[in-house]
Design a protein around this ligand. Sequence first.
Ligand code: G3P
Length: 214
Amino acid sequence: MFLDTANLDEIRSASKSGVFRGITTNPTILNREKVNRDERVGEILALSFPILYVQVVGDTAQERLEDAEHLLSIGNPSIGIKIPLDQIGLQTVHEFKRRHPAVPVLGTAIYSATQGILGVLAGCDTLAPYVNRMLVSGVDAYAEIEAMRQFIDERDASTQIIAASFKQPEHVVKALSAGAHTCTLPYDIFVKMVDLPQAIDAIRVFNTHGKETF
Ligand code: G3P
């Protein structure tokens, strides 16, 4: 799993679980922290996750490529580049992968399999379909994930689906069942996936009874 946050306390706490292989951020998540992007990127990188995805910003492919080059200039091999997938995004992915084939690219802001399929063809290593945002706009997010996964598998493409945008723990399970290779979780969803009230209550009772047997 990935953790979808730029909050250092959340990253430190969740990292102890052994569940997370990387961090994803976006401009909104970073803005929420009221910090300078590059400073926070440096602070997250210091926590030594294998990969930290940072999203490029810009209205043109040129601007997004410049932002991507700036992020690479930080000089840390754990940085992956997140690129939102509109037409300019496809151009950005294509040119960025021509320049830097080994740097992982995550195509993001995906609201349809159509975007995801084009993202695979343009060269994305990973794709982030927005599950909750699709569901609230009446799109069957799971059918879109299934279609993307079928396209990937039938062509033996190496692209992986990192499902994103979660507001309910059950949606994570459904996204994985639909074919997502993994998911990126907001911290509160991670907590809700494991600290179910019934489980917490059962563990409290076990602890009480267990201590009576010492
Ligand atoms: O990683 C993408 C994700 O952060 C979008 O989530 O909750 O803004 O729909 P949300």
